[in-house]
Design a protein around this ligand. Structure first.
Ligand code: PHE
Length: 349
């Protein structure tokens, strides 16, 4: 059989096989077998050297023709096999639009976040700025600048996680105030700020204590600030947060960074002052510590204490939330149990 006949025969044979392919895989096998580098067409062309030179162009173009025809047949069949496969897949994957849908449950803001945002909004509305600061803090800002030198016995009031002798986890957000005080330019107006955030103390975790909790502290420094300003401010705060009928009262207390220092109580929002289980029969609930900023604290930040005075207060949003919603265990705030968290869907949804 000469080369020409061989090529014609190859074409017949290949086209029959290609047409008979039932799967893409089978088709691919034929492609490799006939058109591949080791296939019979390439092989046949190798025999060209034995062909008379004048016949070579004829055979060459026949070989190309045969190859193109096989290729075209493969292409056509491949397209129809692919279309068939797609059709089958679509039929198998039909979606039953009548099936009931899956409910996507919406999260809510954490109750603490809600309370903190509520308190922040209240003070923002009174012209305060909200300031953040580091949780890993220097002893210098956490204690020394708050009038608590290294050997001060009142450091015991705040059991501390020390990292080194000079670095600790902040025990209150007062260091943020120290950092802001030393930068404040009083020619531009008074300093009015709150500092919300996480704080840490080496307490054993129980129903009312946690090694990590949150605080919001406030600070106002200007000329002629008195205890009356503090009382007026906290009165507005208590009425906004706990209801318009609330009263506050101040009791003497002690903090190293304030003088005088006061503990602030709010009239019981459950019984209105008659005495109940929430206020333990007294009619009053303690909500925060405060006082007039100690002159030493002002001076240490370079503020002239004969010209300026200020008040400061500090509260625990957990305690506020526990009182407001009757929550009996502080650990609920940190366990992220959705059955607990889902109950507070009121604000900020
Ligand atoms: N820094 C105090 C604390 O964490 C709270 C406080 C702030 C008390 C400001 C008085 C004035 O205990």
């Amino acid at each position: 059989m000469n080369l020409q006949e061989k090529l014609v025969q190859l074409r017949e044979e290949a086209l029959v096989k290609v047409q008979a392919s039932a799967t893409l895989q089978e088709l691919n096998e034929h492609r490799v077998a006939y058109l591949g580098k080791k296939g019979p067409i390439t092989e046949a062309l190798r025999g060209m050297k034995d062909v008379a030179p004048e016949e070579r162009p004829v055979i060459g173009s026949l070989a190309n023709e045969v190859r193109d025809e096989i290729q075209a047949a493969i292409q056509t069949l491949q397209e129809s096999l692919e279309a068939k496969a797609l059709e089958e897949a679509l039929q198998q994957e039909t979606i039953d639009v009548t099936l009931p849908g899956k409910k996507v449950s919406l999260g809510t803001k954490h109750v603490l976040t809600q309370i903190m945002e509520e308190i922040e909004d209240l003070f923002l509305g009174m012209g305060y700025q909200v300031v953040d600061g580091p949780e890993v803090e220097l002893d210098y800002y956490n204690f020394e600048k708050m009038n608590l030198p290294k050997d001060h016995p009142a450091r015991d009031m705040q059991d501390t996680f020390y990292i080194t002798d000079e670095v600790l986890l902040r025990t209150h957000t007062s260091p943020v105030q120290a950092r802001t005080m030393e930068k404040h330019d009083f020619t531009k107006g008074p300093l009015k700020m709150i500092s919300p955030g996480k704080v840490y103390r080496r307490d054993n975790d129980d129903a009312t204590h946690s090694h990590q909790f949150t605080q919001i502290e406030g600070l106002v420094i200007a000329e002629n600030i008195t205890l009356a300003d503090l009382k007026g401010t906290l009165d507005v705060f208590a009425k906004k947060l706990f209801g318009a009928e609330r009263e506050i009262r101040l009791r003497p207390s002690y903090f190293p960074f304030t003088e005088p220092s006061v503990e602030v109580d709010v009239s019981c929002f459950k019984c209105g002052g008659e005495g109940c289980n929430v206020c333990k029969g007294s009619g009053w609930i303690e909500i925060l510590g405060s006082g007039l900023v100690h002159p030493n604290v002002l001076e240490m930040s370079g503020i002239d204490s004969t010209k300026y005075s200020g008040f400061a207060f500090g509260m625990g949003p957990e305690r506020v939330a526990m009182l407001k919603y009757g929550i009996d265990d502080i650990r609920h705030f940190y366990q992220n149990d959705v059955r607990f968290l889902g109950q507070f869907t009121g604000k900020g949804q």
